[in-house]
Design a protein around this ligand. Structure first.
Ligand SMILES: *Cc1c(COP(=O)(O)O)cnc(C)c1O
Ligand SMILES: [Zn+2]
Length: 397
């Protein structure tokens, strides 16, 4: 393990979350097995790739996460693929990280876990803690969590603590608590063990279609884009593949500290105190993993893009209405970013591009309900008339 801030190196240690010297973020440097090949693997989902996942696990806490469908586009562009993370057990990619982080926690005898969250981490943390039979606490920005995610946390059973302010306030509280009180295991993405699970997204894509030209990822706290990049680089190290895709990160206009830094050529992110966007999962003003994300984007020769809320909501409807795929607003930022990247010739229509659809549309019923559609209060005897009118209208054009 190596600290990204001060360069301090230590042996692999699942108790090590932040740098013991400076409190900075740690990277887990994996030396992949030299004889690794996909052919020898058994099972499906995250633990199929256990040989590539660092750490030792006395106990594995799993709800059969991962193994999600990679759906080829029919109507947007046939070279576009959607990695549908919404079908994970709690409806987002967070489950991939949570199975590894909670397994690390119980394998090291922790009895209590905590996470700050915009919603999806909370739902996943609560579910995996329940599965493990340990206690969980979650810290949420009050009034800023999509209904489906809040309801999940209630159902899975956890202690919900709501703070005034944004996610960043909740995150700050959890980081401070972890530094002061080492007996509680943190499940946020500054915990590098979570990213070990999330990197399996890269393995699944490669196993199914080879290495794509580009991967487009919505960026909030910025752990996932790094995790996926890490997965692709480790396949190269293992001798399984020869290249990595360009990593393209997408942020929402009102919460784009990393993307704005890229656009302005700044080496450090332009943090904001009041992030705002309909895409609540990426409504983050001070992403803790910014250094990791910038490394992934730079080293893969990718880029960062900014999209507006209107572009996000249009993309959400396009996914649903052109492809039949339901994604929450943050996830739809991937498609909004794809459109923009095509427009600016950052990617070309004949390139193989994978969009990471991070969470399910059911997470955020309010955003789905805002899409305009025909909805008529009707006397049943008029139904036939309406249908015939619409069918004839379409035939005539
Ligand atoms: C957590 C989350 C993201 C952002 O991932 P980061 O690793 O924080 O950048 C994006 N979309 C959804 C649906 C999420 O739950
Ligand atoms: Zn350090």
């Amino acid at each position: 393990m190596k600290c990204l801030e001060c360069g301090y190196e230590k042996e692999i240690d699942q108790n090590a979350i932040l740098c013991p010297k400076c409190g900075g973020l740690m990277e887990i440097l994996v030396e992949p097995p030299k004889d690794f090949s996909f052919d020898s693997l058994k099972g499906r989902g995250v633990w199929r790739y256990q040989r590539m996942i660092a750490g030792e696990y006395k106990k594995i806490v799993s709800i059969n996460e991962g193994g999600t469908p990679l759906i080829r586009s029919c109507n947007i562009n046939k070279n576009m693929y959607m990695k549908y993370e919404g079908v994970n057990p709690t409806g987002s990619f967070k489950d991939r990280g949570m199975t590894v982080a909670v397994s690390s926690a119980v394998s090291n005898n922790y009895k209590t876990v905590i996470a700050a969250s915009t919603g999806n981490t909370a739902a996943a943390a609560a579910a995996y803690a329940s599965r493990a039979g340990i206690k969980s606490f979650i810290v949420l920005p009050k009034g800023k969590v999509a209904l489906g995610k809040l309801a999940q946390s209630i159902l899975y059973g956890t202690t919900i603590m709501e703070v005034e302010g944004s996610f960043d306030v909740a995150m700050g509280a959890v980081m401070k608590l972890y530094k002061d009180l080492k007996v509680v295991y943190p499940l946020n993405s500054f915990n590098p063990w979570r990213l070990e699970g999330q990197k399996t997204i890269a393995f699944e894509i490669t196993e199914e279609i080879g290495v794509p030209d580009a991967v487009i990822v919505p960026v909030g706290n910025a752990g996932n884009i790094y995790a996926i990049w890490k997965g692709f680089t480790e396949l190269v190290k293992a001798g399984v593949t020869e290249k990595i895709p360009r990593m393209i990160g997408v942020q929402a206009e009102g919460a784009s500290p990393i993307a704005k830094a890229f656009i302005e050529g700044s080496q450090s992110p332009l943090f904001t105190d009041n992030p705002e966007t309909v895409a609540t999962a990426i409504r983050i003003g001070k992403p803790v993993n910014w250094r990791k994300a910038m490394k992934a984007v730079r080293e893969s020769r990718g880029t960062m893009l900014v999209v507006s809320d209107n572009e996000i909501l249009k993309a959400q409807r396009d996914l649903a209405r052109k492809e039949g795929v339901g994604a929450e607003p943050a996830s739809s930022a991937s498609l909004a970013g794809y459109y923009k990247a095509l427009d600016r010739k950052i990617v070309y229509p004949d390139e193989k591009v994978v969009l990471i659809l991070t969470g399910h549309s059911l997470k955020d019923p309010e955003s789905m309900g805002k899409a305009e559609t025909k909805r008529i209060l009707i006397n049943p005897s008029f139904i036939e008339k309406i249908i015939l009118e619409e069918v004839n209208e379409n035939d005539g054009s």
